[in-house]
Ligand binder design. Structure first.
Ligand SMILES: [Zn+2]
Length: 252
């Protein structure tokens, strides 16, 4: 009885996820091209050969003693990053992707026994990079929130490096998806971070850092702190990522 109830709840969960994503794709955005249907595309993806289907690596920035930046009310970036990462993982797995995450709790992932914050930070970044480079065929997304001294600035922005030639088109696809589906007035351009972003610079697979928005902007911080908007951000990243994979991984 218990097992069959669990199965029913699991099935209902999957159906609910489809409904939420379908509503998102067809409800919020009014300018989706006629030939674009990520819902159907994603189902096709999950039923085709997995030979060249990349593993998705998700990184929730910061964690543990490293809170990242903070909002006006003291809320920390690390918590928003984790929430979006876990929502995105759930959506990707619903659509048949294999996903690994750098962290699934509020923790720093430095090696045991390392003492001192700077050494712990170095070990933490090294372990995140090791996961990015663990597989021959992977795509990595690092999730962060932005901050600036002038509170007027808002909007998502993608960062990439030229280490892997597919990182730039991945960043552009994600940036376009944010503009088309979530932030119509977002005129930000993708940015080549060069050596400034260690994780991206040394990552061998296509990798993008998604700065989802500015915690220094009160209006956007309020959105980013709400569970509903965090799920919308996760769905937006999913749509862009799925679009990128269907375009660039030919056997899918
Ligand atoms: Zn950050």
């Amino acid at each position: 009885m218990v097992k069959s109830s669990r199965k029913i709840y699991a099935a209902l969960g999957v159906i609910f996820s489809y409904i939420v994503i379908y509503s998102f794709l067809h409800g919020i955005s009014t300018d989706i091209p006629n030939n674009y249907n990520a819902h159907e595309n994603a189902i096709a993806t999950s039923s085709s050969s997995d030979d060249s289907k990349p593993i998705i690596i998700l990184d929730a920035g910061h964690g543990g003693v490293d809170g990242g930046c903070s909002a006006y009310n003291g809320a920390l970036e690390k918590e928003i990053n984790l929430s979006i990462e876990l929502s995105l993982k759930s959506i990707l797995e619903t659509f048949g992707y294999s996903v690994e995450v750098t962290r699934s709790t509020d923790t720093s992932i430095f090696d045991p026994g390392i003492v001192g914050i700077s050494k712990q930070k170095k070990s933490d970044m090294s372990n995140r990079l090791a996961l990015f480079n663990k597989y021959e065929n992977a795509v990595a997304i690092s999730i962060h929130q932005n901050q600036f001294t002038d509170p007027q600035y808002s909007g998502a922005q993608m960062f990439y490096t030229e280490t892997n030639p597919l990182s730039q088109p991945l960043a552009q696809t994600l940036q376009n998806t944010f503009r088309n589906k979530l932030q119509k007035n977002n005129d930000r351009e993708i940015k080549n971070a060069g050596k400034d972003l260690y994780l991206l610079y040394y990552s061998k697979c296509p990798s993008v850092m998604v700065e989802c928005g500015f915690l220094s902007n009160k209006q956007e911080a309020d959105l980013l702190l709400s569970k509903g908007y965090q799920k919308q951000v996760a769905l937006t990243i999913f749509c862009g990522l799925n679009d990128f994979i269907r375009t660039n991984y030919k056997s899918i």
